[in-house]
Design a protein around this ligand. Structure first.
Ligand code: GH3
Ligand code: MG
Ligand code: MG
Length: 485
């Protein structure tokens, strides 16, 4: 069924243009000219069954109630996404829109093809969230929790991980798994007794839960072993989560009669490999955890690639001295000095694109498709060429020997002092070589040289961590957006 978009703007000409444009893409479009009318329409729909509006796109400056207050009202009552549009005004900020629950923010004058891209992203997230909620509801009916820790049990772990693997096969989103085991827990039990040991399990379960995002799920896998499923998360990001968990547990004091005990965990991290079985996936996470034990415990170890394959490589984090005085089977490496190993070095050149050739356009369409942002009828050369020309800077990375475009990123600046970097995409074959970071940092340098002081980066949430070292920080949890201060 076509997505239903409600446009709120008091300019009849804007309404007309947007209606015609979105209608061309097959959306069902309604429009009203004030916030009050929009709310009345949603109330009317509610009276007749579930509200079938998917996204409201609203101007901020409206005759009565403004767009931000309307966003607040809508988000508190209905499961409808809101995108906010605004012209240049110092009165309303991106942060203000986000704090009211807006899913995205677009500057006027609206670039229609950009609006369509952003709308697609909002709709895609919406679909994923809806599916996840439905899946969660189905599973709630089963007996799925562990009585002691109130985490999910291992039975549910296996049901859920199979579902996430199915979703991986459909959407191709990264999927990572953590395997946690309490270090030397037997000694704790032997020293303080089983009841005290149980309290530790309960507390560690709480700590795990407190470190996770909404879509992540934690399980008591066995006695003192836990697993965490991280959907839409690459191993690099899962490593960060694992390291946070490790550090939080290591910093915790566990009260025991007359004393405070300290405990640590060892964590294995791995990412799902297409086509592999659930067993292989879980085994690899367990093997990664075992390596963390071998390396001295209180460590995080990530295994990339199938075990025993040439592609498999391992990285350890946490260079803290282990608490357990056991021999180190493997030397822990310094994460700063040993980044994710590269497969083979490639020569890459970076170029600002102004007049794209036919081959360039095909390369860019390929990248947009790979990013999953681009579907018919938008992938036409004229449209892509328009995007290149309409961007403040459009940067591409070319592979040296073939000149083929393997990565891109663009900057758009709607005001003299602000710019946004977006559409940063690297061909999967060329990932993990720092190319995306180069694209972003070169765009940043050019924008700064242009005197632009505020640079935002619109990126998929899962790629945020890659750009942290460039100085970007998340602006809000709700929106995939980073701000460079
Ligand atoms: P390692 O660092 O190698 O994991 O050492 P460990 O002592 O944790 O490992 P081992 O597998 O030898 O022992 C696991 C211990 O976990 C055994 C048992 O005392 C404890 N344990 C397992 N399940 C429970 C439980 O439900 N409650 C309590 N209190 N302890 C448990
Ligand atoms: Mg164990
Ligand atoms: Mg243990």
């Amino acid at each position: 069924m076509a997505s239903h978009i409600l446009i709120v703007d008091h300019e009849p000409s804007t309404l007309k243009t947007m209606e015609a444009f979105l209608g061309r893409f097959g959306y069902r479009v309604s429009s009203v000219s004030s916030a009050e009318e929009a709310i009345r329409l949603l109330e009317h729909l509610e009276g007749n069954g579930p509200v079938n509006v998917d996204v409201v796109i609203t101007d901020i400056l409206l005759p009565g109630m403004n767009g931000l207050d309307m966003t607040d009202r809508i988000k508190s009552r209905w499961n409808v996404d809101v995108m906010v549009m605004t012209g240049y005004t110092p009165d309303y900020s991106y942060e203000a829109a986000v704090s009211k629950g807006a899913s995205d923010f677009v500057f006027k004058p609206i670039q229609l093809e950009e609006l369509n891209l952003r709308l697609k992203r909002v709709l895609r997230e919406r679909k994923l969230n809806r599916e996840r909620l439905e899946m969660m509801d189905e599973l709630k009916a089963l007996s799925i929790t562990d009585d002691l820790t109130q985490l999910y049990n291992s039975r549910y772990f296996y049901i859920h991980i199979k579902m996430e693997i199915d979703r991986f096969n459909r959407y191709g989103h990264d999927l990572s798994l953590l395997f946690l085991d309490i270090d030397l827990f037997k000694i704790h039990n032997d020293t303080y007794g089983h009841v005290e040991g149980d309290k530790v399990l309960v507390r560690i379960a709480q700590l795990i839960r407190s470190c996770l995002r909404k879509m992540d799920t934690a399980y008591r896998y066995g006695g003192e072993e836990f697993t965490v499923i991280l959907p839409e998360t690459p191993a690099e990001e899962a490593l960060t989560v694992a390291e946070r968990l490790r550090a939080v547990v290591a910093a915790e004091s566990f009260p025991v009669p007359g004393a405070l005990a300290h405990l640590t965990i060892s964590v294995g991290v791995t990412q799902y490999i297409r086509e592999e079985s659930v067993t292989d996936f879980v085994k690899r996470a367990d093997a990664a955890m075992y390596r963390a034990k071998q390396a001295g415990r209180n460590k995080v170890t990530c295994v990339w690639g199938a075990l025993n394959s040439d592609l498999s490589h391992i990285r350890q984090v946490n260079t803290e001295k282990p608490r357990a005085a056991l021999p180190m089977a493997e030397k822990a490496s310094d994460p700063e000095k040993s980044p994710v190993p590269d497969t083979a070095p490639v020569a890459i050149g970076y170029y600002f694109l102004e007049n794209p050739s036919g081959a360039d356009i095909s390369g860019l369409i390929k990248l947009y498709r790979l990013a999953g942002w681009w579907t018919d009828p938008t992938d036409n050369p004229a449209m892509v060429s328009g995007i290149v020309r309409g961007s403040h800077f459009f940067l591409v990375a070319r592979e040296g020997s073939t000149s083929a475009i393997v990565a891109m990123g663009r900057a758009i600046s709607d005001r003299a002092s602000d710019a946004y970097i977006q559409d940063v995409t690297v061909d999967p074959v060329f990932r993990k070589k720092g190319i995306g970071t180069q694209v972003v940092s070169r765009l940043v340098s050019r924008l700064k040289a242009d005197g632009i002081g505020w640079i935002g980066l619109i990126a998929e949430r899962k790629t945020h961590l890659f750009y942290r070292p460039l100085g970007f920080s998340p602006m809000a949890d709700a929106v995939p957006m980073l701000k460079l201060l």
